[in-house]
Design a protein around this ligand. Structure first.
Ligand SMILES: NC(=O)C1=CN([C@@H]2O[C@H](COP(=O)(O)OP(=O)(O)OC[C@H]3O[C@@H](n4cnc5c(N)ncnc54)[C@H](O)[C@@H]3O)[C@@H](O)[C@H]2O)C=CC1
Ligand SMILES: O=C(CO)COP(=O)(O)O
Length: 342
C-alpha cells in the first residue's frame, strides 16, 4: 500500500482522512471532494467549515477535487474509503468503474439501506460491480462502522470501530492504516450484522430523540433502547447476521452513542419532531445527512418482507412520513398487547 484515498468530504470523510493522515508509515492520504469550491477553500484555509466547524486539518492531508487525475499514481494494493452517504454509493461506484486505474481495496463508511430496494451497502456495491461486469476486476470490499461522532474523531479523541470483510487480508490492511493513536480497529467477518446495526441504530436514534423531546423520562429511554435493540437483533439474525454483532460496537455500541448523544443528527431530528416542527424544515436546517430518515422505510419494508416485527421502526415511519403526531405514536406503542420479552 502506497496511498490512502477518501471519497466524500463531508463530516465523516474529513474526520477519518484527518486520522488516517497520521498513519504510522507516513503514507500520503488524499481527501476528494466533488465540489471544486469546497476543495479550494479547504486547501486555502485548512478548515472544512461547511461540515466540520473550527477544526484545523493537518498540513499533511492532501485535498483534491480532480477526479480524472486522482488515481494517476495509484497502485492496485492502495486503500480506498468511500465516505459518501448511502445515496452516493451507486454513483461513486459507477464512476470508479469507468476509470482505467483504481485501487482494488474498497471500504465504505456509510450507515443505512438503499431506499426502495432495501439493499444493504454491500449488496448495492455487488449489484453495481456485476452490472458493469466488473466482478473479475478483483476488487476486495469491507465496511467500517461503530460508535464515532466525526467531530470527536477529528479532535483525536479515543474511539473504537469495527471493520467487517470476507477478506482477512483487507481487515489487516485497514487495521494497518487506521489502528493507531486514539483509534482501535477490531475485525469481523459479519458484514450483514455490521451494516444492519449501523442502519437500524439511526432509526432508533430518531425514536429516542422523539421520546426525550417529549419528556418521557429515563425509564422510557431505557425501555426504548432495549426493545429497539431486540428489533435490531431480530432483523439482523433473519438476514444472516450474528446476534453477537448486535451486542458489539456496531450494534449496541453505536445505538447507545447515537440515541443518547446530542451530537447525533438523527437524534436531533427526533428531538425537533417532538416539538412539532415539520420534517422538511428540520432537514433543511440540519445541513448534513440524517441516514435514519432516508432508510427508516427501507428497514421497515425489509422487516415486513421477512415477517419480522419492528414496532418502534414502524412508528418512526408513521411520524416521519404520515405526519402521525409524536404523542399519539407513543400511545399506540404503549397500547400494544402484553407479550413475552423474548
Ligand atoms: N458524521 C459522523 O459522525 C458519522 C457519519 N457516518 C456515516 O457516513 C456517511 C457520510 O456522513 P457524513 O460525512 O457525516 O455526512 P455529511 O452530510 O456531513 O456529508 C456528506 C458528504 O457526502 C458528499 N456526497 C454526497 N453524495 C455524494 C456523491 N454521490 N459523490 C461524492 N460525494 C457525495 C456530500 O457532498 C458531502 O460532502 C453517512 O452514511 C453517515 O451515516 C458514519 C460514522 C460517523
Ligand atoms: O454514526 C454516527 C455515530 O456513530 C453519527 O450519527 P448521526 O448521523 O446521527 O450524527
Amino acid at each position: 500500500m502506497k496511498h490512502i484515498y477518501f471519497l466524500g468530504a463531508g463530516a465523516w470523510g474529513t474526520a477519518m482522512a484527518m486520522h488516517a493522515s497520521k498513519n504510522k508509515k507516513g503514507l500520503p492520504v488524499t481527501l476528494w471532494s466533488r465540489s471544486d469550491e469546497l476543495a479550494k477553500t479547504i486547501r486555502a484555509t485548512r478548515f472544512n467549515q461547511q461540515y466540520l466547524q473550527d477544526i484545523q486539518l493537518p498540513t499533511e492531508l492532501l485535498i483534491s477535487s480532480d477526479w480524472n487525475q486522482l488515481f494517476d499514481d495509484c497502485a492496485q494494493e492502495d486503500l480506498l474509503f468511500i465516505a459518501t452517504p448511502v445515496s452516493g454509493l451507486k454513483e461513486t461506484v459507477d464512476h470508479l468503474l469507468k476509470l482505467q486505474q483504481i485501487p482494488k481495496n474498497w471500504v465504505w463508511l456509510c450507515k443505512g439501506l438503499e431506499p426502495k430496494t432495501s439493499l444493504m451497502p454491500h449488496q448495492v456495491i455487488a449489484r453495481e460491480l456485476s452490472l458493469a461486469s466488473a466482478n473479475d476486476r478483483g476488487i476486495n470490499t469491507a465496511v467500517l462502522s461503530g460508535p464515532s461522532f466525526a467531530s470527536e474523531v477529528a479532535k483525536g479523541m479515543p474511539c473504537a470501530l469495527t471493520v467487517a470483510s470476507e477478506s482477512n487480508e483487507l481487515i489487516a490492511k485497514v487495521q494497518d492504516a487506521l489502528h493507531h493513536g486514539n483509534m482501535r480497529i477490531y475485525g469481523s467477518n459479519d458484514i450483514v450484522g455490521v451494516e444492519l446495526g449501523g442502519a437500524i441504530k439511526n432509526v432508533l436514534a430518531i425514536a429516542t430523540g422523539i421520546g426525550d423531546g417529549l419528556g418521557l423520562g429515563l425509564n422510557a429511554r431505557a425501555a426504548l433502547l432495549t426493545r429497539g435493540l431486540a428489533e435490531m437483533m431480530r432483523l439482523m439474525t433473519a438476514m444472516g447476521g450474528k446476534s453477537e454483532t448486535a451486542m458489539g460496537l456496531t450494534g449496541v455500541g453505536d445505538l447507545i452513542l447515537t440515541a443518547t448523544g446530542d451530537l447525533s443528527r438523527n437524534r436531533r431530528v427526533g428531538l425537533q419532531l417532538a416539538t412539532g416542527k415539520k420534517l422538511p424544515e428540520i432537514l433543511k436546517d440540519l445541513g448534513h445527512v440524517a441516514e435514519g430518515v432516508l432508510c427508516a422505510q427501507a428497514v421497515s419494508d425489509l422487516a415486513k418482507s421477512k415477517g419480522i416485527e419492528m414496532p418502534i421502526t414502524h412508528m418512526v415511519c408513521e411520524v416521519l412520513f404520515k405526519e402521525l403526531d409524536a404523542a399519539t405514536a407513543v400511545k399506540l406503542l404503549m397500547g400494544r398487547d402484553a407479550k413475552s420479552e423474548a
